[in-house]
Structure formats: C-alpha cells, structure tokens
Design a protein around this ligand. Structure first.
Ligand SMILES: Cc1cc2nc3c(=O)[nH]c(=O)nc-3n(C[C@H](O)[C@H](O)[C@H](O)COP(=O)(O)OP(=O)(O)OC[C@H]3O[C@@H](n4cnc5c(N)ncnc54)[C@H](O)[C@@H]3O)c2cc1C
Length: 98
C-alpha cells in the first residue's frame, strides 16, 4: 500500500513539474489522476480488510475512506475518459517517448 501510494505521489509530482515547465500535460495529468484514484480505491479496500469488522464501523476513519474512494474514480473526469485521453495522446505523440 505504501509502495503504491508513493508511486501515485511521484506520478502526480511529475505531471505538476511538467506543467510548471509550461508544457501541456493532458496525458501526464490523466495518468496521475487515473493511477492515484485507482490506488486510493485499492488502498481503502485493503484498509477495510485489515480492520476487519471495525473497517465497516463509523467509529474508524477507514469506513469514510472506503465511501469516498469511488468518487475519485468517477469525479473530475471518469477514469474511462482518462484512459481515452491517455490513448489519444499516445497516438498523437507517437508513443511514450515521442
Ligand atoms: C459526486 C460527483 C461529483 C462530481 N464532481 C465533479 C467535479 O467536481 N467536476 C467535474 O468536472 N465533474 C464532476 N463530476 C462528473 C464526473 O466527473 C463525470 O464526468 C460524470 O459523472 C459522468 O457523467 P454521467 O454520470 O452522466 O455518466 P455517463 O457519461 O453516462 O458515463 C457512464 C459510464 O460510461 C463511461 N463512458 C462514457 N463515455 C465513455 C467513452 N466515450 N468511453 C469510455 N467510457 C465512457 C463513463 O466513464 C462512466 O463510467 C462529478 C460526479 C459525481 C457523481
């Protein structure tokens, strides 16, 4: 979970750095939103599993994270649309290193 979270943060920082350099970051922003939100979903699910019954109880924050995570994969442009953006940018740029 920590490894995935770190990877999500690094991808997001990479997109932010590219934007700071004045470059268009349609693909980079799409990748970071897609990866970070899917990671949030997976981490929240794992956290519920770790907490067992308590993961379902409102006494613990983890229950709230598990309810909030699905919004991240739908809100601010669904992840299906992010995938379309990434694919069209890959074609336009001739691949990752284009
Ligand atoms: C609680 C909430 C908060 C939101 N907040 C924001 C916000 O702050 N800012 C913002 O801009 N938007 C926000 N949205 C909108 C959100 O980002 C989606 O754009 C919107 O929910 C999608 O429209 P729809 O619900 O009509 O789904 P539809 O457009 O009917 O899509 C249904 C499903 O089909 C998929 N789909 C649709 N078209 C394609 C396609 N061409 N290729 C592949 N898959 C496709 C979608 O990804 C989705 O999974 C929010 C949505 C919700 C539910």
């Amino acid at each position: 979970m920590a490894t995935s979270l770190t990877a999500a943060r690094q991808l997001t920082l990479y997109a932010a750095r590219e934007a700071d350099e004045g470059r268009r970051v349609d693909m980079e922003a799409g990748m970071s939103k897609l990866f970070a939100s899917e990671t949030a979903m997976q981490i929240a699910l794992n956290a519920v599993r770790i907490h067992g019954g308590y993961g379902y109880s409102t006494e613990f924050d983890v229950e709230r994270y598990f309810r909030d995570a699905p919004l991240m994969i739908v809100g601010e442009g669904t992840n299906e649309i992010q995938r379309n953006v990434i694919a069209s940018q890959l074609v336009k740029r001739g691949g990752l290193d284009g």
